[in-house]
Structure formats: structure tokens, C-alpha cells
Write a protein that binds this ligand. Structure first.
Ligand SMILES: [Zn+2]
Length: 315
């Protein structure tokens, strides 16, 4: 698998490259900001109805969860954090036509999405994810840029139905891998063709600058590629549900594609001139977008480091 073969090489390069700065904790302010923004959105509403059987379940301080009700119960796209799981399950059971959760998708491995896996795995639900996501969830992970640690999940909480390219459920729900590796190397989308809804996890950020988790395979080029690829699954009426923020439309994907493409070009040029992440931040490569998107420093730093991971001649 790419996943297993590439990772050690990237890690060795990046460990060498970021060396002395790896211990500096810069992540906390951004995480606080993201939390506050998520709360502001969650304050606006409970479940958002997309169709008779499809809802965005919004819990204060939690990432978006999509719930589809059917004759057998409920299908979820993502499951919130472990701390928010009780509130999520309560909200899901209160949905019109709600029942037991029989299926959950993990759009990627992060704990903001996989916190209900254990309870649902124990209850016998299908936990669907890309194989790379399962692999990440079987090991302990430490982010080098801020030292944040993530413990592996217990066996029962790990995805039990994995795939590599695409899949389809009996209910006509379709899902597929986003191989560009936008946020991680296990990103997936879930497509509800009847309702014209596309769930995209954090491959698309609906709220502020994204986390570019290059440690588990995401990169700025993948953000651009993913936005291009996802547009091909949409039309002018498609509702696109990201892990954070409001429901988006096709025009939003197009605008984001152009913005991240511009940023990618600027950072690549700096890389080619031998510049580093601190110089990239100082050059303000996102300046015309910052009023709308917020402080870009962490994003630019991670995005630049992700270029090292993917474009370094030794990789
Ligand atoms: Zn994430």
C-alpha cells in the first residue's frame, strides 16, 4: 500500500527538516478559535433538515454529523467526539423516523469524527472507512508540530468495513475515496444522489483555514485536487456538507479551488527558491483572503511543511 510505504520516508525527511522548531507549541490558539467558531454556528440551530430523511445534526462545539433515516434505523456520516457522543445519540434518536444507528461512515481518522465508533461498534453497527483511516486508528499518533497525542482505538471501535476506491449501499448511498489526500490520506465523501447532498468531511473546510495534517498524509496540493474532484460530483443545486461550518454549494467549491490554487502556487514558488515555513508565513501568501478566513499563520506553516512532505526530491 502507498500508505505504509511512503509514510516512514516522509516522516524521516520532515523530522530532519523541522528539527529544532518541532517542540514549539503553536496549535492551541488555532484550536480555540476553531472551537469558538464551531460554537457560533451550533448556537444557531438543532438539526438542519436537508430532506424528509436527511439531516445535519449540530451539537454545540462538535463537528457536523449527517443522519439519514430509513426503515432499518439511521445511517451517520461521522460520529462527533467521544465527549459529545451522548448528546449526539440523543439528538439522533429524536429525529423524525429515527431508530438505532446501523451504519456509520468515518470521513477520516480524527477524534472529532470517530468518537462514537466504540459504542456503535459494540452495538454491531457497520463502521465504514477507507483502509488508510483504519490503519491510522490502529496506532498511536503524535503530531510533531504541537506534540498532541492520539491513542489508537480499541478493536471493536475500529472500522469493520473498509474500501479502497468506491462503494455503494443497498439504499443507493454512494461513497468514494478522495485520493488527492486533502486533509489526511484516508478522506472519503458520501453521496446521497436522491437528495442531491454530498458529505465531504474535512476535505473541504466550511469555516476558516483548515488543518493540513501532513503527518497522516494531507497536503495543500491535495486540498486543491480534492476541491477539483468533488466539483465533478456536484451540480448547481447540490448541497455540500463539510465537517465544520454551514452547508455549501458548487460555487463555494469553485471559489475555494481558486483560492487554494493561488496559495499553492505561491508556496511552491517559495519552496523552489529554497525558502522555509517561517519565511512563507512572513510573506503573507494569503493576504487578500485573511479578512474572510482569519489568521492564516498556522495554516500557512502546515501547508508549507506539507510541500516538503510531498515535493522534496528525496521523498
Ligand atoms: Zn480532521
Amino acid at each position: 500500500m502507498d500508505h505504509v510505504d511512503l509514510r516512514p520516508t516522509r516522516r524521516q525527511i520532515l523530522k530532519a527538516a523541522i528539527g529544532g522548531t518541532a517542540g514549539i507549541v503553536l496549535g492551541a490558539p488555532v484550536l480555540r478559535l476553531a472551537g469558538a467558531q464551531a460554537q457560533a454556528v451550533a448556537d444557531g440551530a438543532g438539526p438542519l433538515r436537508l430532506s424528509d430523511d436527511l439531516f445535519v445534526v449540530r451539537i454545540r462545539g462538535e463537528a457536523n454529523v449527517i443522519a439519514q433515516t430509513d426503515a432499518k434505523g439511521v445511517l451517520l456520516v461521522d460520529g462527533g467526539s467521544a465527549a459529545g457522543s451522548d448528546a449526539l445519540m440523543k439528538a439522533v434518536s429524536a429525529l423524525p423516523g429515527g431508530g438505532p444507528v446501523h451504519t456509520i461512515f468515518n470521513t477520516h481518522w480524527h477524534p472529532e469524527q470517530t468518537g462514537s465508533n466504540e459504542r456503535l461498534g459494540k452495538a454491531g453497527a457497520a463502521i465504514i472507512a477507507h483502509e488508510n483511516t483504519r490503519l491510522w486508528l490502529t496506532q498511536n499518533i503524535t503530531w510533531p508540530w504541537n506534540g498532541q497525542r492520539f491513542a489508537r482505538l480499541s478493536k471493536i471501535a475500529q472500522p469493520n468495513k473498509t474500501f479502497y476506491t468506491t462503494g455503494k449501499l443497498d439504499s443507493d448511498v454512494r461513497y468514494g475515496y478522495i485520493p488527492d489526500a486533502a486533509h489526511t490520506d484516508g478522506d472519503l465523501y458520501v453521496h446521497f444522489p436522491k437528495q442531491n447532498v454530498l458529505a465531504v468531511g474535512e476535505a473541504v473546510s466550511g469555516q476558516g483555514w483548515p488543518v493540513v495534517d501532513w503527518w497522516t498524509g494531507g497536503w495543500i496540493g491535495g486540498i486543491v485536487g480534492g476541491l477539483q474532484r468533488l466539483q465533478t460530483l456536484t451540480d448547481a443545486n447540490t448541497r455540500i456538507v463539510p465537517a465544520r461550518g454551514p452547508v455549501l454549494g458548487q460555487a463555494d467549491l469553485k471559489a475555494q479551488y481558486e483560492m487554494y490554487g493561488t496559495i499553492y502556487d505561491r508556496l511552491s514558488q517559495m519552496l523552489n527558491k529554497g525558502r522555509g515555513p517561517t519565511e512563507a508565513v512572513a510573506a503573507a501568501p494569503t493576504k487578500e483572503f485573511d479578512a474572510q478566513m482569519g489568521n492564516p499563520d498556522e495554516f500557512v506553516r502546515r501547508a508549507f511543511e506539507s510541500l516538503w512532505a510531498y515535493l522534496s526530491p528525496d521523498a
